[in-house]
Design a protein around this ligand. Sequence first.
Ligand code: G3H
Ligand code: 13P
Ligand code: ZN
Length: 286
Amino acid sequence: MLVSAKEILTKAKEGGYAVGAFNTINLEITQGIMAAAAEVRSPLIIQVTEKTFDYAGGRMIYEIIKKLAEDYNPEVPVAIHLDHGGSFEAVQRAVEIGFDSVMYDGSRKPFNDNLRITKSVVEFCHPKGIWVQGELGNVPYVSEHKMEDVDWDKYMTDPDQAKEFVEATGVDTLAVGIGNAHGFFKEREVPDWKRLSKIRELVDVPLIMHGASDWEDGKAKEAIKRGVNCFNIDTNTRLAFMSTLSSEFKNSDPGIDPRPVLEQAREAVKHSVMKKMELFGSAGKF
Ligand code: G3H
Ligand code: 13P
Ligand code: ZN
């Protein structure tokens, strides 16, 4: 069933566990993610980027998620979220489609511009009952750097600024940078735990960790202990899907029926997502 991100994240924060926000791009990945949630009984946030709007059609991917949530997995609490909305217009587009949770990502803009646009997104969304995620600090992408070259100080969230940002914008959740990076990237050897704890102390909204695909178990658990309520996962799911397809193609001639190989890729997605849900502590929460 569809529920709000507010409900899922409020319960996670109160319960001291985290949920996964899993990116999808198509039918099979969505099915795999949802089957995982059904099997381990975990609430679920499914998220979509603008690139996927362009690939699949925003309305189409939204309807696929909604249909699977309402008709095929009515017992699973599912929220649908816009990931990394890059402009006010992108948020408007998602809201028109029906998304009830959005991210406006102004993290690469100067602080005042990020604050101003995020505030206008909040003012647009809140009267409609839509939750807004902002980002302060920054999360690098694997494609941008040589792994060893990252100047982590440039990407860190400043705790005092985080407090000011949340109070001034009214965002409902905050994505933070404490040494996390998108893609399978060499993370900062030790995340800046003190910084995370300080942010948690000064900011009361649920904290979101982007770039969480390759966080080892111990690190993820420590992050939850220090106040992270949601981990964004995309690369890990893609890898499960693509590596299954690629080994099927390498090992045998899959013939002309795509369904058997896609079914295996879907199954691999399911298992990769189940592991994350167990790790985050959201398994068994409904
Ligand atoms: O953090 C965002 C995603 O991993 C990138 O997704 O390729 O759909 O923009 P995208
Ligand atoms: P990963 O690349 O670590 O999966 O991060 C995904 C993400 O942050 C989506 O917003
Ligand atoms: Zn991200």
